[in-house]
Design a protein around this ligand. Structure first.
Ligand SMILES: *Cc1c(COP(=O)(O)O)cnc(C)c1O
Length: 484
């Protein structure tokens, strides 16, 4: 990569370390100016950690190897690292890539686990202290908190939509017990939480106030480039697994199907493709909030007539998908990215030209899946394959089933069903329940049991129960910082 730049101005960002610690000190987002071509077959003999080292080296990211090693040691806590699960009986082979074996049972762990360790180590080396903000639609919050708990030189403030997450996701945040963590429920949806956060990140008075306390401000959302690299490697790994299993020979094309919200996961697949991973198409799957599907199918990104709708796949209930900006940069360069982002802000809409749409569609196709289809897919896959997927993964499997594909597919599985017990029960038994806890009891009677860590959550004290209005946020944060 050699060079990291700002997606809107094209100006150079001095280092990966800087991008990771200070992601909001730029106009747009940190992106690689260009990507190297890589023969990933040379990664075939490597293990996951070695392959990640190799990718960092290829990208010329200068981190001390010992530092990266330390960060990657987090994967030893995982039950498994991105294994493929074959689903048989379809016309083309399909493999579900389970990115859900980290401590919070969602794919966010894949990047946030090493990210937290790296962040804290770099902060310690520089003898700096950070307040790290994070806005979550449900899974980023728990994964960030689990990663940063008790890590030196860091404090984390996590914002979630007070009524926008599942009970299990809420408990994963509210029960986190570490002195450097603060969790706040916001009155609003995820887009509100994300835009409040963006405002705060550019609020000079707030930053000055933090500076007085000796704190730098940072952010752990997927706008942080430090997470992006860790989200490239598992797509490469999935492909190499197919080669190792003899499903494809190196060089044969595959499809990667990704349930998408903020487009971080699919962006990782795109970067892998840009570097030469033999991917024919990346399928971007959305739920009823199908702004991405409209964009990939028509070239128009249009927020005007849209209101966010709550769905069974809350991590995809997003209209302003941040990482699309990185895609625009990669395909069309900084000036056009600036233009589109500006239009989105002022007109709530932008449109690609026909030839731009063609270059977009050379890499992507897109589908959407509504709640009814999502739930029936969960039931069907469970009945036919005795395999239980979460509602996000189900949207991508639905898309797979409706695709006329002759190419082997990897469907990315982004969370454990047990984080969405209520939706799971509804899907399997058409039965409503008051909350996830009740749903888990009913599912247990069917012989369906969640991992132990989910059970334990239900008995833990709820330490963080505070909610606040969007306008009160900075005063709540101030009050918390005073107590430290
Ligand atoms: C975050 C998340 C997604 C969406 O991923 P993006 O990178 O934001 O597109 C999908 N499913 C689950 C379970 C998630 O937590």
């Amino acid at each position: 990569m050699a060079l990291l730049v700002d997606s809107r101005s094209g100006t150079t960002i001095e280092s990966f370390e800087r991008a990771l610690l200070h992601p909001s000190h730029m106009r747009g987002l940190c992106v690689p100016q260009s990507l190297p071509q890589v023969d990933f077959s040379t990664y075939l003999p490597l293990g996951y950690v070695q392959a990640t080292h190799a990718l960092f080296q290829t990208l010329e990211i200068n981190l001390e190897p010992a530092l990266l090693d330390h960060a990657l040691a987090c994967y030893s806590k995982f039950e498994a690292i991105a294994p493929l699960h074959a689903l048989c009986g379809f016309k083309t082979p399909v493999y579900v890539q389970e990115l859900l074996h980290g401590p919070t049972l969602a794919f966010k762990d894949m990047a946030l686990q090493p990210f937290g360790i790296l962040f804290s180590q770099l902060a310690q080396q520089r003898q700096e202290k950070y307040l790290i903000m994070v806005a979550t639609s449900g899974d980023t919050g728990p994964a960030t908190l689990a990663s940063f708990a008790n890590l030196p030189n860091t404090r984390v403030c996590c914002l979630y939509p007070a009524r926008g997450t599942s009970l299990i996701q809420a408990l994963q945040m509210q029960t986190m017990d570490a002195p450097n963590l603060k969790v706040l429920g916001l009155e609003g949806n995820f887009d509100d939480a994300q835009s409040t956060l963006k405002t705060l990140l550019h609020d000079e008075a707030f930053q000055a106030h933090l500076a007085q306390k000796g704190l730098h401000l940072s952010v752990a959302n997927s706008i942080n480039f430090g997470r992006v690299v860790f989200q490239i490697i598992y797509h490469i790994w999935g492909y190499l697994d197919l080669v190792r299993m003899g499903v494809v020979s190196y060089g044969d094309p595959i499809k990667i199907m990704v349930p998408s919200g903020n487009f971080g996961n699919a962006l990782g697949a795109f970067y892998a493709k840009q570097m030469g991973l033999p991917v024919e198409k990346i399928s971007v799957v959305s739920n009823v909030n199908d702004v991405l599907t409209e964009f990939f199918n028509t070239g128009v990104y249009d927020l005007k007539a849209r209101r966010l709708q709550k769905s069974h796949s809350p991590a995809m209930d997003i209209l302003v998908s941040s990482n699309i900006e990185r895609l625009l940069y990669a395909l069309f360069g900084p000036a056009r990215t600036q233009e589109c982002m500006q239009e989105l802000q002022t007109q709530r809409r932008y449109a690609l030209t026909f030839s731009e749409l063609q270059s977009l569609q050379a890499h992507f196709e897109s589908f959407s899946c509504n709640d009814a289809h999502c739930l029936s897919t969960i039931a069907r896959i469970y009945r036919d394959h005795h395999y239980l997927v979460d509602p996000h993964t189900a949207t991508a499997l639905y898309a797979y089933e409706h695709l006329e594909s002759h190419t082997p597919c990897v469907v990315v599985s982004t969370a454990s069903w047990s984080k969405f017990a209520q939706s799971t029960l509804l899907a399997l038994c058409q039965e409503e329940s008051t909350d996830d806890a009740q749903a888990l009891v009913k599912l247990a009677k069917l012989g369906i049991h969640p991992p132990a860590c989910i059970h334990e959550l239900l008995d833990k004290p709820r330490i963080h129960q505070q909610t606040c209005a969007l306008t009160e946020l900075s005063s709540h944060i101030d009050a918390w910082l005073e107590t430290l």
